[in-house]
Design a protein around this ligand. Sequence first.
Ligand SMILES: [Zn+2]
Length: 56
Amino acid sequence: MPTDPVCACEVDEQGAQFKTEYNGKTYYFCTEACKAKFESRPDKWSKNPVKAEITR
Ligand SMILES: [Zn+2]
């Protein structure tokens, strides 16, 4: 599953409502807010996406 680069949660691309293309790559987001955050600094978020932490 693709990961939201802003908050690191997994997004189901089948039902993804929030996505954007940057540099030929598609990024998926869990909310409009995450998408807006990415689009304000796409260079930053695409190079340094938030890494999901494994929590059990
Ligand atoms: Zn998110």
